[in-house]
Write a protein that binds this ligand. Sequence first.
Ligand code: NAG
Ligand code: NAG
Length: 154
Amino acid sequence: MASAGYVLTWLLWGYLLELWTGGHTADTTHPRLRLTHKELLELNRTSVFHSPFGFLDLHTMLLDEYQERLFVGGKDLVYSLSLEQISNGYREIHWPSTALKIEECIMKGKDASECANYVRVLHHYNRTHLLTCGTGAFDPICAFIRVGYHLEVR
Ligand SMILES: *[C@@H]1O[C@H](CO)[C@@H](O)[C@H](O)[C@H]1NC(C)=O
Ligand SMILES: *[C@@H]1O[C@H](CO)[C@@H](O)[C@H](O)[C@H]1NC(C)=O
């Protein structure tokens, strides 16, 4: 899947964000609006975030309304995106599995593409830290991420 040059982009659109966070109790199994990618871009209300690593394999997100950030977990990465400037004000935590873990994973007979750290969990832990967990090349690992001015993995 992760072919070279393949760039996963994803869109954040103000209205969609409101739908997520607005606490609507209406039937949510069907989207209230249907728009194509092109239509969305033409509204000029769309910010596109391109992961500099290309393929993101997004699996988990966490909205931090208080700090106005969106945390995004992908393959070997966690991003902290600024809701004000999705494409600019982001921070990135590179969190790959170690070479040893990858080797062990491949020796267990897993496909090489699965032998990476796919970040699956992002939770608020306390006022200063998020808890995040990844598949760790079939050896799950968790870490605290200190949020605030200096974002770092502990
Ligand atoms: C979006 O921006 C383009 C280019 O600036 C402009 O031609 C278009 O009319 C704008 N669309 C809307 C819905 O404002
Ligand atoms: C939050 O949890 C982390 C990890 O256990 C800890 O280091 C930090 O001091 C805690 N922060 C607060 C405000 O309790």
